[in-house]
Design a binder for this molecule. Structure first.
Ligand code: FAD
Ligand code: EPU
Length: 338
């Protein structure tokens, strides 16, 4: 167990916020996790589990131990007539898993290509993009209870997945370290191409025969065209969730704002495009010192160089106020504030 003290987190969060951790360690096995959380020094110390740091905003130094999950390994654990069951360790880079599955013709993750971060965080907010969420392909996960040091298996139902939600953000918050996730992937692909610009992109690419490789490539092209690369500009993807309103509320908004962008949900409500609401309030491309709103995607806040977490949080609060005042809609944060 190697413990660093007063460790700069700038390189391990994609916002590149220059916060520090009182203690920092990387764990490569479940035994190392147990050793770390059982150490006398750390038993009562606050703990933060870190994956790729792509969904966090540090607004202050972390006065505890940051445990970076580095567990590696991807394996096919079984198959039946219709599915492959693929188990990936929590520290695997998400997109590496996607590529691995595509190369083996395990279908289901292709629409989730190029989402930053690690496998272990994917169930936290039920990551989703281009018409798929991991709940659609999730089989089960293993997690270590931090206090009891016991291993627990969570089924799909146990995780209580919702839009950018799971049980790990609520009743089990900060209680478990996810160590592996098993996905149930199709032998016969079920191509999902109707969402957003996928079909248009496939056409531009000149695709004649549909494959999971082609869908993955189309999704990567679209994402690269509108989302900032965190290696170039600090960000954590969408800062807010897309808000849900009732059909009645949507109709009222549509009368006042005929261009408003909304998608019908199965429960009868409508999900509004928060990026559109924010853009209409004039925020798109705005910059205040090093904190700003991305020029192509108003839902993404960016750190041009040396913004602090507080500056970005303050900016987000101003955005929320103007959206509330213009549309009467409450935005909720998607990013985890530390
Ligand atoms: P981190 O940021 O390290 O952690 C996120 C949360 O999970 C924290 O609360 C952390 O404590 C907890 N956590 C991490 N690992 C574990 C573990 N092993 N056990 C227990 N808790 C853990 N998200 C989407 O859903 N869809 C998108 O399309 C999308 N696009 C993005 C685009 C960009 C450019 C960026 C920067 C981000 C995007 N995101 C998207 C958000 C982000 O990629 C996901 O939320 C991702 O799953 C975060 O993974 P991570 O490993 O970086 O998690
Ligand atoms: N829009 C605007 N202005 C903007 C941004 C978007 O008008 O500045 C409009 C677009 O024109 C489009 C609609 O909003 O009509 C939706 O935009 P987009 O397709 O870019 O998707 P999004 O709703 O902004 C969501 C997810 C993304 C995910 C994409 C693709 C949330 C909070 N965000 O974004 O996830 O990649 O759909 O599925 O649900 C993330 O979670 O970090 C993330 C990037």
């Amino acid at each position: 167990m190697i413990i660093s003290e007063n460790y700069s987190l700038k390189q391990v969060n994609t916002f590149h916020i220059d916060a520090s951790a009182r203690y920092f360690t990387e764990v490569n096995s479940v035994d190392e996790i147990i050793e770390t959380v059982s150490a006398k020094l750390f038993v009562n110390t606050p703990k933060l589990i870190l994956g790729g740091g792509s969904n966090m905003l540090f607004t202050k130094d972390f006065d505890g131990i940051v445990i970076k999950n580095n567990l590696k390994g991807i394996e096919l654990i079984r198959e039946d007539n219709d599915y492959y069951y693929v188990k990936a360790a929590a520290g695997e880079v998400w997109h590496h898993l996607v590529i691995y599955c595509i190369n083996h013709n395990y279908a289901g993750l292709e629409n989730l290509s190029l989402i930053p971060g690690n496998v272990g965080a994917s169930p936290m907010q039920n990551i989703g993009a281009y018409g798929v969420e991991i709940k659609d392909v999730f089989y089960e996960l293993e997690a270590l209870h931090i206090k009891e040091k016991t291993t627990h298996i969570f089924s799909n139902a146990d995780c209580k997945f919702g839009y950018r939600e799971s049980v790990f953000k609520h009743e089990f918050k900060n209680q478990f370290i996810i160590t592996s996730v098993t996905f149930r992937l199709r032998k016969k692909p079920d191509f999902k191409t109707t969402y957003g610009a996928i079909e248009k992109e496939l056409e531009i690419m000149g695709i004649k025969k549909m494959t999971i490789q082609a869908i993955s490539m189309a999704v990567c092209n679209i994402r690269r065209s509108k989302l900032p690369n965190p290696d170039e500009i600090g960000n954590a993807g969408s800062f807010f969730k897309n808000p849900e309103v009732t059909a009645k509320n949507y109709q009222e908004l549509k009368i006042k704002f005929p261009e408003i962008v909304g998608y019908n949900l199965e429960n009868g409500n409508v999900k509004l495009a928060a990026g559109w609401l924010i853009e209409q309030c004039g925020w798109k491309g705005k910059r205040f010192d090093d904190a700003g709103v991305h020029q192509f995607q108003a839902l993404v806040l960016v750190n041009y160089a040396n913004a602090t977490g507080i500056e970005l949080l303050n900016l987000s609060e101003k955005i929320m106020l103007t959206v509330k005042s213009k549309f009467g809609v409450n935005l909720e944060l998607e990013v985890n504030i530390i």
